[in-house]
Design a protein around this ligand. Sequence first.
Ligand code: AMP
Length: 420
Amino acid sequence: MTFASLGLIEPLQRTLATLGYTAPTPIQTKAIPAVLKGRDLMAAAQTGTGKTAGFALPLLQRLTQQGSRVQSNAVRALILVPTRELAEQLLQSFSSYAQDLPLRTYAVYGGVAINPQMMALRKGTDVLVATPGRLLDLYRQNAVKFDQLQVLVLDEADRMLDLGFADELDQIFAALPKQRQTLLFSATFSSEIRSLSSELLRDPLRIDISPPNTAAKSVRQWIITVDKKRKTELFIHLLRREQWGQVLVFAKTRNSVDQLTESLTAEGFTADAIHGDRPQPSRLRALARFKAAEVQILVATDVAARGLDIDALPLVVNLDLPIVAEDYIHRIGRTGRAGASGEALSLVSADEARQLAAIETLTQQLLKREIEPGFAPVHKVPVTAPGGQLIKKPKKPKKPKEQGRKGKSPIHLGNWFEEK
Ligand code: AMP
């Protein structure tokens, strides 16, 4: 299969060749011809499968071929995403795919000044990537118009709902022309997502690239059981002994992220942190430095778990297990991307047995357990099994600061996500 045989135009084929994309991925093979024909799409695909190019390439081609000039403040294709980081990343993808096309691409999100965004939107935008809250602000101030809108993409729709954006989304949908193409991407398909899709999509093509709730097969996953208070010590011990290269480490709270980053720096490693208390520019800088391999270890809360594309990341370590089992899949999805192999290690303490059981149930597999000599836990992690059984009940884990799920305790999003 080639990109030419999927119907992509010459300038896009040339760009893909320069980017080193030799053949389409499975989702691209299915999505590109359908989107080119103007069909709606409902796709379950993990990040790392090439889903961005799957919708961006045919969408750019259609906009180019239709050729209509974008009017002042108008938008021809709108891509809605849950976080600022994902907005920046998608803008980069769109800009690089559109490098030889006469199209203007731009991204808007909260947490930064709105005036430069208003100025930039005046010229009109062919592809606008946006987070919902900031887009609504701009719409209310007449900085964006949707009369010319032809395509709406919802990327990581499940995450947008998890973050409580349902109301903003409804207000945006009400402002869009009914005649349009709509593409919906979600890692998991809850009943909320299904009802959203039945409202928004017309006779959509359904694409299910990997069964929902399974992690990429190319990722080797295992756990080391250890006492909670010795996790940092064990991580540093493994880092030295295994001579790991770049590692993305997830910890539960902003405090634990900062503490680990400090310990690593004190031990002579280069490490940086991203979490909700850090201002946006320093988070973007930390990510850029990690991507450029200027720092070896990036420590993050779950806000970094979704959507971030870091080339060839070999290893993800969970210093703490996530409270929401789905986040485990997103965390380890940072490795083993685009066919590369990867490793995901979790350091698990006795109080996390319930989370471990939930992850094993969701992923339908028992994670291989190891004990590191010298770090055998005094508090044994109860035996778990997919299905959620625990032989012995552990103490309830403490609630983390940065988790929030619709319908449960109040959502505390910090200032990582856009201000509403
Ligand atoms: P995504 O799932 O869209 O986040 O894409 C994951 C990674 O795969 C990105 O770094 C893309 O640049 C890369 N990628 C997407 N499609 C291809 C392809 N056909 N060949 C090689 N790399 C690709």
